[in-house]
Design a protein around this ligand. Structure first.
Ligand SMILES: [Zn+2]
Length: 78
């Protein structure tokens, strides 16, 4: 009983993330048909890893990855 409920929940979350695409230009993640950061429509389902940039001016990670806007980004896009 418990197990099947868990599996269902996991599948639902998988479906949810399956709608997210990454921008090939700036790696921002979006469910839209257009990138919210740079406006590009070159989006791909081929991405992995998520990094949330919440304070780009002070974040070393944001500097390292080259992101200067708040948002969700993929770590790798291909
Ligand atoms: Zn973009």
């Amino acid at each position: 009983m418990e197990n099947s409920r868990l599996r269902k929940k996991k599948r639902r979350e998988g479906d949810l993330m399956a709608k997210w695409r990454a921008c090939r230009n700036c790696k921002a993640l979006t469910t839209d048909n257009k990138c919210p950061i740079c406006g590009s429509d070159d989006l791909t389902y081929n991405w992995e890893g998520i990094v949330a940039i919440i304070d780009p001016l002070r974040s070393q990670l944001a500097k390292m990855l080259g992101h200067d806007k708040v948002g969700m980004y993929a770590l790798r896009v291909w």
